[in-house]
Design a binder for this molecule. Structure first.
Ligand SMILES: NC(=O)c1ccc[n+]([C@@H]2O[C@H](COP(=O)([O-])OP(=O)(O)OC[C@H]3O[C@@H](n4cnc5c(N)ncnc54)[C@H](OP(=O)(O)O)[C@@H]3O)[C@@H](O)[C@H]2O)c1
Length: 266
């Protein structure tokens, strides 16, 4: 499987498809999902301290025998915990890795944007994370951070799907060189029966999930669908051998319920 990548600068390439593991239970469920994903050709896994499965992600990657540098690993700092520099060391211990490819602030801490970001810049400087970014940042917070950062955030991971088409935020990211990463790109599996999606999928002989993921890819977003079922993990990779027409893209764009704002909130 040939997966395109977004360039985060300085030789860091982020595959546009990754496996998300939120709500994959620690232990066998996460290990198996990661193992199946790597077998299916995924080279990008998205975990977080909050998900409590970093150790299983690390174990499955180690067991795969695939060289570490061929896999893009993201984890996230929980702002409520200790400082980011001590937390990333704990994450790396659990992952049993020397570095992560991307370290994200999981959600914004009002009033502490500048301080936490300086700590992230230090983490990157020390080589503990190859790239740094944020999550759940709306346009206003992202602009504030971009205006004050020495190293700009490479990525903003937000809820992004046809039902959460954050056009203004996407355009801001595009203008300022930030990669928009789409979490819950399948709307947590709850919108796969939507009439527009089912109609398009039936007509082009694809799965509804593939249509939703392809929509994200055609907006240049990185998509990280979660599944713990092997056949779905495999099926979610089949999004690079077809294209949605501009009419279908427009019909999917019109499902947006956010009003096209730059907000990161639901
Ligand atoms: N930064 C943040 O604050 C944040 C927030 C939420 C999520 N995330 C990240 O984004 C990842 C993805 O988001 P998500 O887990 O919220 O939701 P999602 O990927 O939109 O949807 C996952 C749901 O869809 C089902 N599913 C997956 N593939 C399917 C297919 N081909 N056909 C039918 N159903 C399918 C899964 O079920 P099964 O597992 O049973 O197959 C699961 O219930 C997370 O795992 C996490 O890594 C980040």
């Amino acid at each position: 499987m040939e997966v395109p990548a977004r360039d985060l600068g300085e030789g860091v390439l982020m595959p546009m498809l990754g496996l998300g593991v939120w709500q994959a239970a620690a232990g066998t469920e996460t290990r198996q999902a990661v193992e199946w994903a790597l077998e299916a050709g995924y080279r990008h896994i998205d975990t977080a301290t909050y998900y409590r499965n970093e150790a299983d992600v690390g174990a499955a990657i180690a067991a795969s025998g695939i060289p570490r540098e061929e896999i893009f690993v993201t984890t996230k700092w929980m702002p409520a915990l200790r400082s980011a520099p001590s937390e990333i060391r704990r994450s790396l211990e659990r992952l049993d890795m020397a570095y992560v490819d991307l370290y994200l602030i999981h959600w914004p801490l009002p009033g502490r944007i500048r301080n936490s970001w300086s700590a992230f810049e230090g983490i990157r400087e020390q080589g503990l994370a190859r790239a740094i970014g944020v999550s759940n940042y709306g346009s206003d917070r992202l602009k504030k951070l971009l205006d004050s950062a020495t190293v700009p955030p490479a990525v903003n991971q937000v809820l992004f799907s046809p039902f959460h088409y954050r056009k203004a935020l996407l355009e801001l990211c595009d203008r300022r060189g930030v990669v928009l990463e789409a979490y819950s790109p399948l709307e947590r599996g709850k919108a796969l029966g939507d009439a527009t999606i089912v109609e398009i999928a039936g007509r082009i002989e694809r799965e509804p999930a593939q249509v939703m993921l392809r929509w994200g890819i055609q907006h240049d977003a990185v998509v990280i669908p979660k599944s713990t079922h092997r056949e779905r993990i495999v099926s979610n990779t089949r999004i690079f051998d077809f294209e949605l027409s501009s009419d279908d893209m427009r019909a999917l764009d019109a499902l947006d319920r956010t009003g096209g704002t730059g907000s990161a909130r639901r």
